[in-house]
Design a protein around this ligand. Structure first.
Ligand code: B1M
Length: 210
């Protein structure tokens, strides 16, 4: 049986090599990738967040933990979700201006890809203007905005407003997500949907396409 507590401890200790070995051992032992992601990696990152808040972990360590998690997510990627099929629609996703968090956003992108969507991942710190430019360039049906900071949530509203002003609002569905974001906030800023996690984001995107 996989010891998820030991896995979270490795992540909190920023032991990238030890974590990777543990993830591989769990996979070899038949533990599903989704369980490893939820109970080992995301649970570990929640503890990192608590320690960051209480001043027990500092930015360089948090970054190291994030990198260790990112490497493990790459290992899990081919094994997570497999609804397959031809491209069901196209999406752009990015973290809004001023915000550099990308782990959750990348998970959402990954789940959407494995659900058969064509995903254009713009990265982090994306301005409203750049979102508009990319919507035009890529001709996508769905726009996903991610924010992890309460201070960057207003940039989500600015992005929705910029899409309205560009005349593209009717052409796209706008989805928002990230730890501080709620359905009420999505409604308030005029987004079409909110998703609390990568799995439900992928399902919601597919429902918009269908
Ligand atoms: Co930051 N950070 N951070 N950080 N960081 C948080 C978010 C924080 C809650 C930590 C804390 O204090 N407890 C806090 C925010 C407080 C607030 O705003 N209320 C915080 C802070 C304050 C900061 C800085 C300001 C710290 C400083 O400099 N003093 C700074 C800001 C930098 C910036 O962005 N401008 C900062 C920096 C960093 C690092 C760079 C060190 C690093 C990011 C590395 C990286 O992403 N490459 C980092 C990290 C790692 C975190 C925590 C610890 C973990 C975030 C994470 O990756 N979670 C975080 C605490 C926490 O969340 N527990 C914290 C795992 C990930 C899988 O979950 O991102 O929530 P999440 O994604 C989920 C869902 O939210 C959803 O699906 C995902 C998967 O299920 N989702 C979407 C996400 N995006 C979506 C988009 C969608 C749909 C769903 O579109 C439709």
């Amino acid at each position: 049986m996989t010891d998820f507590n030991a896995m979270t401890e490795k992540l909190v200790a920023c032991d990238a090599e030890g974590l990777q070995t543990m993830v591989q051992t769990a996979l070899d032992g038949g533990t599903p990738a989704q369980e490893i992601l939820n109970n080992g990696l995301i649970a570990g990152m929640d503890i990192v967040g608590e320690k960051m808040e209480s001043g027990d972990m500092f930015i360089p360590e948090v970054l190291m933990a994030a990198q260790a998690m990112g490497a493990c997510v790459e290992t899990l990627k081919p094994l997570l979700g497999d609804e397959g099929g031809a491209s069901a629609g196209s999406v752009i996703i990015g973290t809004v201006k001023g915000d550099l968090h990308d782990i959750g956003k990348n998970l959402v992108a990954m789940m959407m890809e494995s659900a058969g969507l064509e995903v254009h991942n713009l990265g982090v710190d994306i301005s409203p203007e750049d979102f508009v430019t990319e919507i035009e360039k890529k001709n996508v049906q769905i726009v996903c905005l991610s924010a992890l900071l309460t201070t960057t949530m207003p940039a989500m509203k600015q992005t929705v407003d910029a899409i309205v002003e560009s005349g593209l609002r009717d052409k796209v569905k706008i989805m928002v997500g990230g730890a501080p974001v709620t359905q009420a906030f999505a409604d308030e800023i005029g987004a079409d949907g909110f998703a609390a996690d990568a799995g439900s984001a992928s399902k919601l995107a597919k429902s918009f396409i269908n």
